[in-house]
Design a protein around this ligand. Structure first.
Ligand code: PLP
Length: 389
């Protein structure tokens, strides 16, 4: 008789730790703004892998760059110099206007680097972050995430973080004392409901003594219609984090430190075995090269069309965001909308209870934006009670 534990019968999905409530949809192929499931059913992808597939699935530029790099060199460690990492650092510095880069593999790791950098550079451990913010799931990043539901089960976290409401300049000024070395802000709170920060609030943060880190993991790399969202906010931050869209889906994260704020890290202070991976960096160089004025114009135009189309619906409370990071607040449950949209072959995201989030590839066409908008209007019609319509 077999003595094998019964859990050996678990397979496939059940062999993954259940950290995600996955839809029962297996995607096997992607191209442009579309993905296909195992049965060949086609979906319009307005989630973009959660704001990651910036140029569209299998875009030829990062695809060719990654292929060429795979044929030459995959990995050598950070004990040696590599061309793709140095080229990417130079490209990002040029976009920023003078910065040094630390490469890692995800948004949360970029935030960890920023938290450590601020401690080392300022000698202070206090951090001010925002209620409702999201900076990642590792313990440091989670400590600065302003969503108690995500933090509380993992207490005690890293001490010294104070939270203030978004756009409350008086609360921000009060929270900053001699112990605070870092102010950490998302220009648009992405996971927290697509809430934009006011220019005045961000400018006030930049004027305070702590280092200002803008977490552009979601808003960066062209997502809001400029390469960095901060370009629209009248500030030059000390630190910026990027990840998601940078390599069009290959894992990468980066902390950028402005030339005026460099000098905090010395050899041995921080590191990552896979950070600066040549294949990811080669793909990211192609992404950065592809994001030109014409593409950024497309982001702004398609975003404006989506807002104009969606805000006319009676079930829509507000449409917010910038460029192609769009939040649609509805009177319906956002997860009901996401599910119903999937039935109509449209993939979208949530950003809280009642906010549906759209983050399609920056290359999306006017026809596809229109198609997605009409599908979403149809979905709202289907899920909302008739008294609202
Ligand atoms: N910061 C922001 C603004 C994010 O939106 C996210 C992820 O959604 C993160 C950090 C964490 O990134 P990652 O999931 O790559 O660790």
């Amino acid at each position: 008789m077999s003595t094998a534990p019964s859990n050996l019968l678990l397979q496939g999905l059940e062999r993954l730790l259940p950290t995600y409530a996955r839809a029962d949809l297996t995607l096997v192929r992607g191209g442009g703004c579309r993905v296909w499931d195992a049965d060949g059913r086609e979906y319009l992808d307005f989630g973009g892998g959660i704001a990651v597939v910036s140029l569209g699935h299998c875009h030829p530029a990062p695809l060719a760059a990654a292929h060429a790099q795979l044929d030459r060199l995959w990995h050598v460690s950070n004990l040696y110099r590599t061309e793709p990492a140095e080229e990417l650092a130079s490209l990002l510095s040029a976009r920023f206007g003078g910065a040094q880069a630390f490469f890692c593999n995800s948004g949360a790791e970029a935030i960890e680097a920023a938290l450590k950098y601020a401690r080392k550079a300022t000698g202070k451990t206090g951090v001010v972050a925002l209620d409702g913010s999201f900076h990642g799931r590792t313990l440091g990043a989670l400590s600065a995430t302003g969503q108690p539901g995500k933090r509380v089960p993992f207490a005690p976290l890293v001490p010294g973080v104070r939270f203030v409401p978004p756009n409350d300049t008086a609360a921000l000024r009060t929270a900053v004392d001699d112990e605070v070395g870092l102010i950490l802000l998302e220009p648009i709170l992405g996971e927290g409901g697509v809430v934009s920060l006011d220019r005045e609030f961000v400018m006030a943060a930049a004027d305070l003594p702590p280092l200002l880190c803008l977490d552009e993991v979601q808003t960066g790399v062209g997502r809001t219609g400029t390469f960095f969202a901060f370009e629209q906010l009248g500030v030059r931050p000390d630190l910026v984090t990027l990840a998601k869209g940078l390599a069009n889906g290959l894992p990468i994260g980066v902390l950028l430190v402005a030339d005026e704020a460099i000098g905090g890290f010395a050899p041995g202070d921080h590191g990552s075995t896979f950070g600066g991976n040549p294949v990811s960096c080669a793909a990211a160089c192609a992404v950065v090269d592809t994001i030109d004025d014409e593409l950024l114009g497309n982001v702004r135009d398609r975003g404006a069309e989506l807002v104009a189309c969606l805000q006319r619906h009676p079930g829509v409370v507000s449409v917010r965001g910038r460029g192609l990071l769009v939040g649609v607040e509805t009177v319906a449950s956002a997860s009901d909308v996401v599910e119903a949209a999937r039935e109509l072959n449209l993939l979208v995201l949530t950003a809280g209870e009642n906010v549906v989030r759209l983050a399609p590839p920056l290359t999306v066409s006017a026809d596809d934006a229109n198609l997605a908008c009409n599908s979403l209007l149809q979905v709202l019609h289907n899920v909302l009670p008739s008294r609202i319509l």
